[in-house]
Design a protein around this ligand. Sequence first.
Ligand SMILES: C[S@@+](CC[C@H](N)C(=O)[O-])C[C@H]1O[C@@H](n2cnc3c(N)ncnc32)[C@H](O)[C@@H]1O
Length: 253
Amino acid sequence: MHINRHFSRAARSYDANAELQLAVGRSLVQRLPVELVMPTALDLGCATAPFARAQQQALPDVLWQGVDLSSAMLNEAAERGRLNDAYQPLCADAEALPLENGSQGLVFSCFALQWCDPGRVMAEVHRVLAPGGRLLLAVPLCGSLQELHQSWQAVNQRPHVNRLPSLNEWQDAALRAGFADAELQQQVMVEYYDTVKHIARRLKATGADHVNGASGLTGKQAWQAMVKEYETRRTEQGLPLTWKVLFLEAEKQ
Ligand SMILES: C[S@@+](CC[C@H](N)C(=O)[O-])C[C@H]1O[C@@H](n2cnc3c(N)ncnc32)[C@H](O)[C@@H]1O
């Protein structure tokens, strides 16, 4: 699978380059409930499991499973000493979890489900949650990386930035899956960079540069034209890169 290969390449460099993702994850950890209906929890798309320690501190008597498509990410989590008897790795697809119906008290997921089909993944999360089980989700939304998208648009029409699902698509998917009272909030976050190269390097190191349908090769001329276009957006703080992040909280009735 493309996404798997992509993230496996990013496993080593992920933590050092994922400032924004890690900040969002930390704020998601702050929202963890103090008690679960069942002492089992998943971190879907956990990558190197950067939140494992904080998650275990917040919910010490819970058996966690860090789920990721990429075994390289899970190996990196193990090498960093983040896995233990109460925090186990599970190499699996969030859209098809090898888990029993109603087996989980909590599903946590940060910056990982944006490449999934919202309908399929929400149905799967709802299936594995026990009644009263909680979902805590953060994903970048459509409109993220807009400066990069627009700068490429000015050069050619090839896909260079993935179209991510919108807030409405996530809301519909949550409702259809059975999360009647899902709460959704959108937060806009802007990072600033010195150069476009720096932006591209950062996206590559976190695996966030995966684009469906892209050939992977970009001509030098096209790249230079895109950089020139991006430079017109420079501010005093540097080159902006905007993220629109959805925070979704829900409970299975
Ligand atoms: C950007 S990293 C996020 C890691 C971590 N949750 C964080 O917030 O720092 C995204 C991770 O999601 C994983 N991933 C993407 N699609 C997935 C899927 N369908 N099922 C399981 N993992 C997936 C990738 O392999 C990658 O490790």
